[in-house]
Ligand binder design. Structure first.
Ligand code: ADP
Length: 396
């Protein structure tokens, strides 16, 4: 019998949801609320080919959850809350504890809370989302789906930092993130091109960005590490820097630890380098406009960004001892021909080449006929991984 299952992704001031009919994987309604906590919060949702938008005050995540559930009732998507059999929550960090999604109970809530020290921006709001759904839907099965779980297959050699061993034992290690997205890419690549799915480099390039080396469907390396701040430069995050920069800024520039953290998370990456925007659309437009005085900085930011993607593709081709498919996904990966072209221009040594015309139109498969590996553009779908996990783990 079909079941209604929700996939929830809550951010510091946002809540995204998709309601599915499972196991058919039919999306019944989807939406997102932005600017939670503000008077002008925006709630956009889509159902039955309709798209609606509300702007109103939404005090907190509890109010956001209530608004989503009320809307499901008022739009007659459900007749009562009891119809929702399961809710899957995307949780940023499961640390060393969770190698798979898990049914939520008090112990799991406690662990997620404890792990907030590792993911202070995400785990606390994830937990608020969980509590709000438990209060409103006491009959539904609640499942935690961790961003880190897919990467538990990473060989230990890829988990260490070169710091005293005791810290590894205390949990300071590479975890890897964006698990549901990379898992989806692994599955979809295998479904579309089984012959090219043994050694996959999955490039999730959005506002947050990470790259995963996937061998036979399993993660063996991810560019993010202890937290989602490391690896590639991102929209506003620095990615990897020499760790000595941090005490330098604190001791020589008098910055507080909080100010450095804020800079690395919110004022760096594409935004910091360009001084203009974290949005690749804005930067591409300006980089192509010779009359714009900001052209060079926009161009510089995009080049550094793409160069780092190239760097990880090279590293992970070595990690995988070759590559069968390079997959681009997420906002930038799916839509920016320029970033893909810059990132792939030096892959001749691997025998990998992209076709400019196919790249320009965001085709599914953009490699040339004589390329040794496929280069794919696959829209990611983290929510379907969450909904499937709910069905499996809650035995619905
Ligand atoms: P998040 O990590 O927040 O989920 P997304 O995967 O939605 O991010 O990616 C958002 C980013 O995708 C935007 O900041 C923008 O830079 C980029 N993007 C979206 N559409 C386009 C486009 N048509 N061309 C280039 N970049 C785009």
């Amino acid at each position: 019998m079909s079941k209604k299952v929700m996939a929830i992704n809550s951010g510091s001031s946002s809540l995204k949801f998709k309601l599915y009919e499972m196991p058919e994987e039919i999306v019944i309604m989807e939406g997102n609320i932005d600017r939670i906590g503000k008077d002008n919060a925006v709630f956009e949702y889509r159902y039955q080919e309709k798209k609606e938008k509300l702007v109103q005050s939404i005090a907190d995540h509890e109010a956001a959850v209530q608004l989503v559930l009320d809307t499901l009732i008022s739009k007659k998507i459900i007749a009562s809350y009891d119809e929702i059999a399961g809710v899957g929550h995307r949780i940023s960090n499961g640390g060393q504890y969770y190698s798979d999604a898990t049914l939520i109970n008090e112990d799991v809530e406690k662990r997620i809370d404890e792990l907030s020290v590792l993911s202070p921006l995400h785990n606390p709001v994830n937990l608020i989302g969980i509590k709000a759904f438990i209060a409103d839907l006491p009959h539904a099965k609640e499942v935690a789906v961790f961003d880190t779980a897919f990467h538990h297959t990473m060989p230990t050699v890829n988990q260490y930092y070169g710091i005293p061993y005791q810290y590894y034992q205390e949990g300071i290690r590479r975890y890897g993130f964006h698990g549901p997205s990379h898992e989806y890419i692994a599955l979809k690549t295998a479904e579309l091109y089984p012959e090219a799915s043994q050694r996959v480099i999955s490039c999730h390039i959005g506002n947050g960005a990470s790259i995963t080396a996937i061998k036979d469907g399993k993660s063996i390396a991810n560019s993010m590490g202890f937290t989602p701040l490391s690896g590639l430069i991102m929209g506003t995050r620095s990615g990897d820097i020499d760790p000595q920069v941090i005490p330098y800024l604190e001791q020589q520039k008098g910055m507080s630890a909080q100010a450095v953290k804020d800079m690395l998370n919110h004022k760096s990456g594409l935004l910091g380098l360009s001084g203009i925007s974290n949005d690749v659309r804005d930067l591409t437009k300006i980089a192509q406009d010779k009359s714009d005085s900001r052209q060079q900085r926009a161009s510089l930011a995009l080049k550094v960004f793409a160069h780092q993607i190239q760097f990880y593709i090279g590293a992970y081709a070595a990690e995988l001892n070759g590559v069968d498919s390079i997959v681009f996904t997420a906002g930038v990966g799916e839509h920016s021909a320029l970033v893909r072209q810059l990132a792939c221009q030096n892959l001749g040594y691997l025998g990998v080449k992209i076709d400019d015309e196919k790249n320009k139109v965001n085709a599914l498969s953009i490699e040339t006929d004589d390329s040794t590996a496929k280069v794919l553009i696959i829209p990611t779908d983290e929510e379907i991984i969450i909904a499937r996990d709910v069905m499996r783990v809650a035995k619905l």
